[in-house]
Design a binder for this molecule. Structure first.
Ligand code: GDP
Length: 437
């Protein structure tokens, strides 16, 4: 079986949770590459709804092992909470959940720093999830971060905490009433977490290399989407890590040849959370209709997502940057019953002068989308099990996405549950089982 990477092609929330859930059916290991507890996956299986923020949805398959790679910033409160929640729902996590010892931790002062930063930006705020992700990555690159393996060395851990508290005394003093603004308290708590992590903390690259040598099948799961990438996204309205395929290599410590197939997840329309340019945004009642039908509210924050037409220029760029060979198209059913459907197939600069810059992606606020208009379809797509079950006009839409992006669609999702999925070669029901367990 091929080892696969799954990458978001838009601004995240493409429905990667369900796609990873389905693909992990045939994987022995699911390894997450980057991001933190700001990623929210909602997976419905056997009628039960699971919301996961840190743990890959592969955990829902009893034979699958999960790893949080070194590129992930880990909030241990959240990790243990999620593990306990899964255990209470009958999903055993013991012996199945591992974390890279090289991963950096998200600590209380990262959340406070983010809150203060966003407050200071006022109207220009990024609209982050306030989970401390950005400041944790900042500490990583400032070489001040604290890593999982540090929890096993109490003396140097204390020194590192002292240095971190001293360097952000302004932020800490704002939160001085919070009990965790206290070094001994945090040190004791982290040492306790260290004890709980015994057996779970591993040398990530070695772990994955040994797994490959043993013939295990691996799935590499990216969080967020390509256009939130710190380098290639709509900067500065981006996340703090590389959400693109390079982030999978550095976030796990694997060489490129470990990845046999790269899957891009594309939602049949666009959404984005928080601030930032969004050329195809629908600010009218149609946008609201899509939001309601698609349940476009953040799994992590509950915030309503901005909705708009599918932007194939963005998706095509994602295919180029990531080398995406296959697309998984999600939420096609949300478009059922619309009289017409628009797709962005190019940008026009609003002002001529902007053409000096030869890429519209430097500042998407400067462009207007050029649309191709498709007739809608009235029949429901939910329940389709084969391409031939789709209404002819939905098929036309799907075919155009393949043609425009130059990438083959291997999976189409037409509803939240596993069963509402069309598998197309190279995926097929004998390699991926989508029936309920
Ligand atoms: P992720 O972070 O990329 O996994 O995306 P989310 O989990 O935030 O968004 C996926 C949401 O859409 C969840 O509530 C899923 O249950 C739901 N979902 C996934 N695929 C489909 C689909 O094909 N149709 C519909 N209607 N909902 C879907």
């Amino acid at each position: 079986m091929p080892n696969r990477a799954v990458i978001g092609t838009q601004w995240g929330d493409e429905g990667k949770g369900k796609v990873v859930d389905i693909l992990s059916e045939s994987s022995d290991i699911v390894a997450r590459c980057q991001g933190g507890a700001n990623a929210g996956h909602t997976v419905v299986c056997d009628g039960n709804k699971f919301i996961l923020h840190l743990i890959p949805s592969g955990i829902l398959h009893p034979d699958c092992i999960c790893l949080l790679g070194n590129g992930v910033v880990i909030d241990l409160d959240q990790l243990f909470r999620e593990m306990e929640h899964l255990n209470s729902q009958g999903i055993e996590t013991r012996g199945r959940m591992f974390v890279s010892g090289f991963a950096h931790l998200v600590l209380p002062y990262h959340k406070w720093t983010e809150e203060v930063n966003e407050r200071r930006l006022g109207d220009h705020k990024i609209g982050t999830t306030l989970r401390g992700i950005g400041p944790a990555y900042t500490d990583k690159y400032a070489r001040a971060g604290i890593r999982v393996y540090d929890l096993f060395q109490p003396d140097s851990l204390r020194e590192k905490l002292e240095a971190n508290f001293a360097s952000r005394s302004d932020v800490i003093s704002e939160f001085k009433n919070e009990y965790a603004a206290d070094i001994p308290w945090l040190h004791a708590k982290l040492c306790e977490y260290g004890r709980r992590l015994e057996g779970m903390a591993v040398d990530g690259p070695r772990f994955l290399s040994d797994a490959r040598a043993a013939g295990k099948t691996m799935l590499f799961e990216g969080a967020q989407g390509t256009h939130l990438d710190i380098d290639f996204g709509t900067f500065p309205f981006v996340t703090s890590s590389n959400t693109t395929i390079g982030g999978a290599m550095t976030g796990l410590g694997i060489p490129p040849f470990f990845v046999d197939e790269i899957f891009g997840v594309v939602k049949a329309y666009s959404t984005r959370v928080g601030s930032g340019p969004f050329p195809t945004e629908l600010t009218d009642s149609l946008g609201e209709t899509i939001r309601g039908r698609g349940q476009e509210f953040g799994a992590t924050t509950g915030r309503p997502r901005r909705c708009g037409w599918l932007d194939l220029e963005l998706v095509k760029r994602s295919v180029m940057i990531n080398g995406i060979g296959y697309l998984a198209l999600t939420k096609l059913d949300v478009l059922d019953g619309l009289s017409e459907i628009r797709v962005c197939v190019g940008y026009n600069f609003r002002e001529q002068g902007q053409k000096q810059i030869d890429s519209p992606f430097f500042d998407l606020r400067a462009v207007e989308p050029a649309y191709r208009i498709f007739p809608g379809w009235s029949d429901s797509t939910t329940g389709a099990r084969n391409l031939s079950d789709l209404p002819a006009k939905a098929r036309e839409y799907v075919d155009f996405i393949q043609e425009y992006t130059g990438s083959r669609i291997a999976l189409i999702s037409t509803g939240p549950s596993r069963e509402d999925t069309i598998l197309i070669p190279p995926l097929a029901s004998h390699t991926v089982r989508v029936s309920a367990r």
